[in-house]
Design a protein. Sequence first.
Length: 421
Amino acid sequence: MERLRDRLPVPPESSTFRSLYFSKVWLVLAVTVALIGIVANNQSLALLGALTITSAGVSRLWNRHALTNVSVERSIDSDRAFPGDVVHLKIVATNRKPVPLASLQVTDDIPEDLVPLDHATTIDGTSGRRHLHLRSSLRAYERKSWKIPLECQARGVHRIGPLSVRSGDPFGFFAARASFPETRDLLVYPRVHSLNPFPFPARFPLGDHRVPRHIVSDPLRVIGIRDYRPEDPFRSIHWKATARARGIQVKVQEPVTTPSLMILLNLDTFDYFWEGLDLDGAEECIEAAASIAMWGLELRYSVGLRTNGLVSGSDQPLRVPVGRGTEQTSFLLTGLARIGAFSTVSFAHAFALEAPRLPLGCTVVVVTSMMSADLETQLASYVSRGVGTVLVQVGKDAPILLSGLTVVNWEDLKSPAGMEH
């Protein structure tokens, strides 16, 4: 993965200053004490007032330039991960001036589902996010780095940042703080489980299979030879057979087609939205869809996906057209990582919209944790049209009984071998 880095220079104008001890009242009192000491010829009072004014002035001047020529760099070693993976967040603070920093505190805002393994954090009760605090002192022209391992505990788009920097004078009288809105997204894919053999209907097999018409030929599957015809390509000539027969012979290749698989993911967990959300059930459905998709792609099937959940940052439900290859793997996993674990439109409606778009001979896999009358109607419609349909039930609801429909329980489908990722 490409290394991701944010360089965050600290310009003085972005900083805010405040005094931890001194106020206008203190300064007025210090000046008054100094004047009284001078007028009364009392050296102790005059010295006390002068020291107070000098300390405040030096501390304020030091604090004003504490964050000048100070930079912070943030990087993560990967922007993609699976639950349980550990990514490393690296933060580097550099002091590029001859004046040292007596104290420097860097605070980075990270999601609650990214857990630092060797650094303490505080959790914001309102936002549910973690505040990662890093403290050090920096000598002149010194650089300090922290490498924090983060354990990814949940699927989703996890935003790292914003970041803030705080410093001050050596006496601790003043504090300077700078905030930065820059953020970085870490994409955590859903868990992918190993699967037992998929019980697909025999008349809708998955895998490269023969077709009655010559659509695409597999050059590795030669089933015979025949005489040459003018429309035959030059590369199909079988030279050894031509020499034996003393006439041009060509290879007869087996016609094949690539089967397609469309996964329909239902994120409805109750009949009506006001009944609440079963987030655990929705997440398990997402894991089931991801596992089936990866299983199909590993067997070189063309796989697509449609769901009734919105993609983060979009107002449209997720739909990935049927395809295969490395890019399709990325499209499917990224889409499943970005969707919210709740429905936004009726699944039966999305189910009906997908019917005209299905490729010829496509097998449909419906993943759902609940059944409704509308969904049963759509399933019956697919089956009646001869579409190979498999229902993967997540949870312990009573299985639907429909002639021609293959029903599989998700717990039975998961392999005892456990997770692949």
